[in-house]
Design a binder for this molecule. Structure first.
Ligand code: GLU
Length: 274
């Protein structure tokens, strides 16, 4: 039995890209759960949860079980983080945005942009104590090399892309608990996918790089390995992926203009990035 989840963030209205993702979930799975990825409480608004439920119902999509809100599960994510801290697989990072950009290093081949230099990884215990005593805010980062040494070589299977070798340092020492929200997408999604018995993860290919981090975390916690399907992204006429600025392609906006749910499905499939 294939069990997946659609996991929107209630920080805006659903657009054509979300519709495609949710439809792909329904197409490939026997069971689809709805999960609100709302850990970034600074951007979440109650009206977006309601709008998402309404838009999905309008599209004719049905979900198994009660939807989860990640904000209800912060204690569980904290335990997962504490485990990594206890195992010395995470370290506090006191860097400001400016420090991070000044010391950034080029991302390894296959990734875009730059990654964190690992500057705070080498802080001595006394330095850490002193910074904590001064009340300097900090995030927690995954020690990706150490995590890699612990779990060894990994792969994942993507039904569209085939077998992918995990590059544990692709995103560097990622933040696993943000300064302001004490957890991260990476921890919350990995913990919840395991807790909900998700066998297949269907999501946009913009999240492909994150999967390298997720596989590491899954192995560190001895979670089962899900199968992946990173689908192509819906893009606008200029070939740009959809974002908040594409308000005109929000499902509710299309609906107001008389577009039907069936037309949304066609439109989304016709606007994929090739
Ligand atoms: N919250 C993510 C999004 O809205 C989905 C993350 C996931 O499926 O893992 O794109």
């Amino acid at each position: 039995m294939i069990r997946t989840r659609f996991a929107p963030s209630p920080t805006g209205y659903l657009h054509l890209g979300h519709a495609f993702s949710a439809m792909e979930c329904q197409r490939v799975a026997d069971e689809v759960l709805l999960r609100f990825e709302d850990i970034d409480f600074t951007r979440v608004r109650e009206e977006y949860y309601e709008a998402i439920i309404e838009d999905l119902a309008w599209l004719g999509l049905e979900f198994s079980e009660e939807s989860w809100r990640q904000l209800d599960r912060m204690e569980t994510y904290k335990k997962a983080l504490d485990d990594l801290i206890t195992r010395k697989l995470a370290y506090p990072c006191f860097c400001t945005r400016k420090d991070i950009s000044q010391h950034a290093i080029d991302a390894p081949h296959g990734s875009q942009g730059s990654i964190y230099s690992g500057r705070c990884r080498s802080l001595h215990a006394q330095e850490v104590e002193a910074k904590l005593a001064q009340g300097i805010p900090y995030a927690w980062r995954l020690d990706s090399q150490k995590a890699h040494a612990e779990v060894g070589e990994l792969t994942f299977h993507d039904t569209r892309l085939g077998k992918v070798e995990v590059n544990p340092t692709l995103l560097g020492d990622v933040v696993i608990a943000r300064k302001d929200i004490q957890t991260s997408y990476h921890i919350a999604v990995v913990v919840d996918d395991a807790a909900q018995g998700i066998t297949h993860i269907v999501r946009g290919e913009d999240l492909l790089e994150s999967t390298h981090v997720h596989r590491l975390l899954q192995e560190l916690w001895s979670y089962p390995e899900p199968t992946y399907y990173h689908h192509p992204l819906v893009v606008d006429e200029q070939g740009k992926r959809l974002a908040k600025r594409h308000q005109a392609l929000a499902l509710r906006e299309l609906r107001v203009h008389g577009v039907t749910a069936a037309e949304v499905k066609e439109l989304a499939s016709a606007s994929l990035q090739i």
